[in-house]
Design a binder for this molecule. Structure first.
Ligand code: 3PY
Ligand code: MG
Length: 253
């Protein structure tokens, strides 16, 4: 496992920019790393990425020193373990609705003394071929980035307790699932959802944790920077489609 440049930048008060991809392609990751992304999130929740794909995608991200992060399907220790064992330097966990669920995330990601992550000579541990296991455990606990999604009404209510859990790094807003949870599916701009998002911004702002968000374009990224978000992501499609559209319009004109 390598030093986590994205975590270091966040600790230093900087803003980091990442791209979400849902396709199981190490080649796509490799191509993306030729732009200056701080990190790439491999989306195994809303994509078809399996642990073996994730491992190859992590290798590709490491080639240019971009931080590899994975969004897992669910908050379960055996699932989190298989993705983290690939060498991913951080993870997103969706649907974290209470302090006890946030505590379970940290327990799954961290080794002794903070957590109970299963220990073995996997890729994350350089196959136990370099240094001591003890050093690896300490390093992995220090470097792993923990991002939890707040994306239900219940989670918003529980957020003041959730942010107190030791070991969290980023609280990530999930506007789409929030719209669903508040009964206006697909309408993240609805005033009820926006009020919930305002509340998340307020609670996270006082907590010392970084605020994370998914945006649709650069203008929204700038607006979110002004609102205090420091961990900003965009979907691969949101980057690709405007560029393809602009090219086709101009080439045909
Ligand atoms: C959501 O909007 O629900 C998300 O999970 C964003 O990544
Ligand atoms: Mg979501």
């Amino acid at each position: 496992m390598r030093p986590n440049k994205t975590k270091a930048a966040l600790k230093d008060g900087q803003t980091v920019l990442g791209c979400f991809i849902r396709y199981p392609s190490a080649s796509l990751v490799e191509v993306l790393t030729y732009q200056a992304w701080d990190f790439i999130v491999f989306d195994a929740e809303h994509g078809t990425i399996q642990p073996e794909d994730c491992e190859n995608m992590v290798r590709a991200a490491e080639l240019q020193g971009v931080t590899p992060i994975v969004r897992v399907t669910t908050n379960q220790a055996p699932v989190i373990l298989r993705y983290m064992d690939s060498g991913a330097q951080g993870l997103h966990v969706p649907w974290v609705n209470s302090a006890s669920e946030a505590e379970a995330v940290v327990q799954s990601v961290k080794y002794y003394p903070r957590g109970v992550r299963g220990l073995a000579g996997v890729r994350a541990a350089d196959y136990a071929l370099r240094g001591s296991f003890g050093d690896y455990v300490h390093f992995a606990n220090q470097e792993s980035l923990v991002v939890i999604h707040i994306e239900t009404a219940e989670a918003v209510e529980q957020l003041p307790e959730i942010v107190k859990v030791d070991g969290l790094d980023v609280i990530f807003i999930g506007p789409t699932d929030l719209s669903h949870s508040y009964g206006v599916p697909g309408e993240p701009q609805h005033p009820t959802v926006q009020a919930a998002i305002d509340r998340i911004v307020e609670v996270v702002g006082k907590s010392g944790l970084a605020l994370g968000i998914m945006v649709g374009n650069a203008q929204a990224a700038q607006q979110w920077r002004e609102r205090g978000a420091r961990y900003i992501t965009i979907g691969f499609e949101s980057v690709l489609m405007p560029a393809a559209k602009a090219y086709l319009e101009k080439a045909r004109s």
